[in-house]
Design a protein around this ligand. Structure first.
Ligand SMILES: CC(C)(COP(=O)(O)OP(=O)(O)OC[C@H]1O[C@@H](n2cnc3c(N)ncnc32)[C@H](O)[C@@H]1OP(=O)(O)O)[C@@H](O)C(=O)NCCC(=O)NCCS
Length: 164
């Protein structure tokens, strides 16, 4: 994977300028500008930004804990897990790279960083879940080995035990 010289850190709404971020997907840009800091304040989601030179936000992702119902997971993984109705999971709700930085390895770097954070947390989480908003996003996640859920193929997961 391409190495990128970006700093990936928690969004600090007081110092990071979110106004210029343009991923080409207005809903993702609007979220960063208008909603992310409120979600952080209320601990609804954590938001991590990749900072390029001069502190410009080149990409971001959000992480939050969710319950993953076991019936959604493939049989092969379900057999390894205890027979609870659901397992703890982390959802990467949003991932976006500014159009000026696409194709430079940054989306992959943010994804790997999110996997490291999710696998490294002291709080238990069995899988990282992502939602693909379209076919391109789906193919991006498949490229990284994510597995589509049986009943909801635009939602994909990676078992965090395999990441460790
Ligand atoms: C999807 C997105 C995050 C990818 O970011 P990016 O910085 O352009 O991607 P990278 O340069 O990091 O690509 C990393 C690797 O993924 C591959 N890749 C990138 N986009 C891909 C795609 N759509 N399908 C398959 N592989 C893809 C690259 O070829 C590269 O492979 P390599 O490491 O083997 O060389 C970015 O295009 C984006 O912000 N899209 C709009 C929002 C979006 O779709 N978010 C996804 C969640 S809904």
């Amino acid at each position: 994977m391409t190495q990128v010289p970006y700093l990936i850190t928690a969004l600090d709404a007081a110092t990071h300028d979110r106004s210029l971020f343009n991923s080409g997907t207005p809903a993702l840009d609007r979220y960063l500008r208008e909603q992310a800091s409120q979600d952080i304040r209320w601990r609804v989601a954590a938001c991590f930004v990749a900072l390029a030179d001069a502190g410009r936000i080149a990409g971001y992702c959000t992480l939050a804990t969710v319950n993953m119902p076991l019936p959604g997971l493939p049989d092969a993984l379900r057999r390894k897990l205890p027979r609870y109705g659901a397992v703890p999971a982390i959802r990467m709700g949003r991932l976006a790279v500014d159009t000026a930085f696409k194709g430079l390895g940054l989306g992959g770097a943010l994804l790997v960083n999110a996997l490291r954070r999710s696998a490294g947390t002291e709080m238990a989480a069995a899988v990282l879940i992502v939602d693909a908003k379209d076919e391109q996003a789906l193919s991006f996640y498949l490229h990284y080995g994510f597995v589509p859920l049986q009943d909801s193929p635009m939602t994909l997961f990676l078992a965090l035990a395999s990441v460790r």
